[in-house]
Every structure is written in C-alpha cells, then in structure tokens.
Ligand binder design. Structure first.
Ligand code: FES
Ligand SMILES: [Fe+2]
Length: 346
C-alpha cells in the first residue's frame, strides 16, 4: 500500500511543490545536516517544504517535524537539556524517541497525554551526513560510496551552500560537461578545447554513469593565469534524484572525488552538501582545496540561479539538446521514470 501523502505536513502558505512530485521525492533519502553540525543546539531545517528540527537524542540523531504538539511552537527555537529537547514556549520536554517526558506546568503525577509526541522521521548517518526520508519506506538506499572509507584518502567537507535554484537544475549543472570550457575559465576550464567528444551513458537501476576525457587546465591556485593542460578523466556517477559522485582521475594516479548532494528545501531553494576525497597531499591543510572548490561553485551559481524556467523541463521538447547533453537527457528521462511530473511549483 502507498504510504500517505506528506502534504498535511506543509503549512499552506509555504507550499512550493506540487503535492504529487513532493510525495515522489519524499520517498527518497535526502541529507538535512552534517553530522558534525548536530551538537548542543536543535537545528532548524526545511526539506520538501516541511519544517524540520534536527537534534541529538539519547540514541543518536533525531529528525522530527519542527512543531510542538502543544501550541504549535517551532521546537528549533528551544534548546537541549542533555539529550532532551525543550520547547521554548512552555518548556515541554521531548526525548529522542519523540515522546513527551515532561510538562512543567502540570503536577508530575498527572499522566502525560500520548498525543504529545513529535512526528519523527527515520534518520541515518552516512558519509558524515544526516539523511532522512519523509515518506518511508525509501525507494532507494542512501548512495553507497565505499571510496570515502578507503585508507590512504583524505575526506574534506566543503561548507554547505544555499542555492536559489531548483535541485534538479543544480544536479544537471554538476553533470553538464559542455559548460566547463565556458563557465570555469577562472579555475580548470579550457576555452581552447570546447568540443565534447561522444560519450555513452550507462544506465543502471540506481545510477547513471558516464566518463569523459577533458583537457583540464591545471592551475596551481585559482585565478592564476595560464597553467599546464592535463588530460583528466572525469567519471560521473549520479544516484537519482540528487546525489552525484564525480571522480577526477589524473594520468599520474592522483584521484580527487567530489560528491555533490542537492537537498531540496523548497522547489526553488536547495542546500548543497559537498564532500571531497583525495589520495594525494594527505598531510596538507584542506583549506586551499576548499577555497578552490568554493570558487568553482561560485562560477556555476549565478548561471544556475538565473536559468529559466526555474524548474528543470522534463518534457524533452521544451529545450534543445546537443550530443554533449546525453547525460542531461538520461537524467531528465530518469526523473520522469521515477514518477515526477516536472510541474514542481503548485
Ligand atoms: S508550544 Fe511547546 S510547550 Fe507549549
Ligand atoms: Fe560547473
């Protein structure tokens, strides 16, 4: 039987998704925080129009609707007392299971109503991220990225960024190869070699994959003019709907994997989590690599935030495609196959 719609969890004035597409996306795992962010304060988050609170309970990280069952206050305005979440309005106390364990305004001998419960969602920590599924059971697992656990690798967390763009637009951009020579000329893009050679997309049940050879301009630091051209192999593995691993393989054996996971706060705003893993410069500080990647992202962001229509057109007739767009075409088709209508905004 189909799980119930999550439309009832959204405040009517905060609806940005069409209910059907929201329900499809709610059946997948999405990250809502870095595990390291969940410390001594409850976090306020939004996923698929739903306001969430993320906190550390007695048995681990808890993701719940950001709504106190008493008088509708936002629990993320409250605080943690050890592993107990305290509502800021009347001090009701909630455990990590979602049960209300204390009502300060009434005598402790009076039983607490069973209706005073948080609406909780499954939460798992994988790859240093907290993932949740608003409409379980999830249709696909959290992406398996075993390379992140390899010895001889350094994992780097890039600061989370907020994009004023639809998640599928951000994801398609990350997997788009014809823009590299145009948008990324401040970093690795090669304006002298814009042609993209034919590639095939391998379609598996949970991923879309392709590889490409690209004459990457190897600038030591960003904005340094010129630079050595190195033919890199880029290996893209997209786990629909919104998670991609890009392996950048140098001929000398250096590997830089970049993970881009787009978490749709609303139909028009996306929180992008990014991890990097490298097998070189292991003892070096991560800051230069982070600054470089942030600069790459900054090159993309204004273009993506300004695309029209804001929603990724899933009907292939709505935009014009070239052979370099094979991955984009496969991605759009896969989103349709998942059941998305592409009419994201109600
Ligand atoms: S609204 Fe949360 S304790 Fe009253
Ligand atoms: Fe880009």
């Amino acid at each position: 039987m189909e799980p119930p719609s999550i439309a009832e969890l959204v405040r009517p004035n905060e609806v940005t998704f069409a209910a059907h597409d929201r329900d499809v996306l709610a059946s997948f795992w999405h990250p809502v925080a870095l595990a390291s962010e969940v410390a001594d304060k409850p976090l306020s988050r939004r996923l698929l129009d739903v306001r969430l609170v993320v906190f550390r309970g007695e048995d681990g990280i808890c993701v719940a609707r950001d709504l106190c069952a008493h008088r509708g206050a936002s629990l993320s305005r409250g605080w943690m007392d050890g592993c107990t979440l305290v509502c800021a309005y009347h001090g009701f106390r909630y455990s990590g299971t979602g049960a209300c364990t204390g009502v300060p305004a009434q005598d402790a001998s009076i039983p607490i109503s069973q209706k005073l419960r948080l609406r909780t969602f499954p939460a798992v920590v994988r790859h240093g991220l907290v993932w949740t599924c608003l409409r379980p059971p999830a249709r696909a697992p959290v992406p398996e990225w075993p390379d992140l656990a390899l010895t001889g690798r350094q994992t780097i967390e890039v600061p989370v960024s907020l994009w004023r763009a639809a998640a599928p637009r951000q994801v398609e951009n990350f997997n788009d190869v014809a823009h590299l020579s145009w948008v990324h000329t401040g970093t690795f893009g090669n304006r002298d070699a814009p042609q993209i050679h034919e590639y095939d997309v391998i379609e598996r049940p949970d991923v879309l994959e392709f590889r490409l050879s690209y004459p990457h301009v190897d600038r030591d630091t960003f904005l340094k003019p010129g630079g050595v051209v190195t033919r890199m192999t880029y290996v893209y593995t997209l786990s629909p709907p919104f998670a991609t691993k890009l392996g950048v393989l140098a001929p000398d054996g250096r590997i830089l994997d970049i993970y881009d996971i787009a978490s749709p706060e609303t139909a028009r705003q996306t929180r992008v989590y990014m991890l990097m893993s490298r097998n070189y410069d292991l003892g070096d500080p991560a800051a230069p690599a982070i600054d470089y990647q942030l600069f790459v992202n900054k090159e993309d962001m204004p273009v993506v935030e300004d695309q029209y229509p804001e929603d990724l057109p899933l009907d292939l007739r709505e935009e014009v495609h070239i052979s370099a767009d094979r991955m984009s075409i496969a991605y759009r088709k896969r989103l349709v196959a998942l059941g998305l209508s592409g009419h994201w905004v109600a």
